[in-house]
Design a protein around this ligand. Structure first.
Ligand code: ZN
Ligand code: FE
Ligand code: FE
Ligand code: ZN
Length: 265
């Protein structure tokens, strides 16, 4: 099993040292882990209301720290990833920045719609004021744009817009079909992110039907706990692997220097 979505305290909302995350991965018998802490929003000239990423001058330290951890464990392979906010209009700047640093993989995630951090519990009340049909349309259009940017290897917590349990009444099937099609067409890897089980919505990202649509379209998949503390490493992974297998998946995708390869599950 692989857990490709681990944070570090540098993002200001996680706890525990990378060594502690690694120890938990060993304890849970994971084969491979990857750190994917939040890319500094300052480098994209974006200042959110609450600090949720590392500072720009920490990026090199972060990379060095994770690189130094590689080879530390005989049991677990370690990868250096990053979770980057997709902000429309920053594509060129981000492309240049990603060339400067060498990551094993880059996760693209959406946490902001304009200046609203819709994944942050502080601002969750806003959902109550919105037309949820319009909101889902806006969100999924961002998802498709993220994929088409070609900047990201993996899309993180793909339907995180459901995090606080707000969903439109209508049939979401057309979103799942189109999303699976776009992922396949752009070669973007899906992440089965188990963190949603600990969010108010209490289900994995993506929704089961979206996972099925992705499998049918031939989209590759990887796994992430989105751990913001050592004990969350590999959370609900037994259940997640069962879900992948019943959906039809026989392998997960791993990355090294942004080249993908399959690993049997
Ligand atoms: Zn975070
Ligand atoms: Fe995220
Ligand atoms: Fe994350
Ligand atoms: Zn995340």
């Amino acid at each position: 099993m692989v857990d490709y979505h681990l944070h570090t305290p540098r993002c200001c909302h996680a706890e525990g040292t990378p060594e502690e995350y690694l120890a938990e991965a060993e304890r849970k018998g994971l084969r491979e882990i990857g750190f994917a802490d939040h890319f500094p929003l300052g480098l994209l000239d974006y200042v959110p209301r609450a600090q949720v990423t590392m500072n720009p001058d920490e990026l090199w330290q972060y990379i060095k720290q994770i690189e130094a951890l590689k080879g530390f464990s005989k049991k677990v392979d370690i990868k250096t990833g990053i979770e980057v906010d997709y902000l429309p209009g920053t594509e060129e700047k981000l492309a240049a920045l990603l060339e400067e640093y060498s990551f094993d993989y880059v996760i693209g995630s959406i946490h902001f719609i304009e200046d609203w951090d819709f994944t942050h519990p502080f601002y969750a009340e806003t959902y109550g004021d919105l037309d949820l049909n319009k909101l889902y349309r806006t969100y999924f259009e961002l998802v498709w744009k993220l994929c088409r940017s070609g900047l990201f290897d993996i899309i993180g917590h793909i339907d995180v817009i459901k995090k606080f349990g707000y969903r439109p009444d209508g049939d979401l099937e057309p979103y799942w079909i189109e999303t699976a099609r776009v992922l396949k067409a752009t070669g973007t890897c899906l992440e089965l992110n188990t963190a949603g089980r600990d969010a108010p919505v209490n289900e994995f990202y993506p929704h089961k039907r979206l996972l099925e649509a992705c499998f049918k379209s031939g989209v590759s998949v990887t796994m992430g706990s989105d751990a913001h503390g050592p004990l969350q490493v590999g959370r609900y992974f037994k259940e997640a692997v069962e879900l992948l297998k019943t959906t039809g998946y026989k392998e997960v995708t791993v990355f090294e220097k942004r080249v993908m390869r399959s690993m049997p599950i």
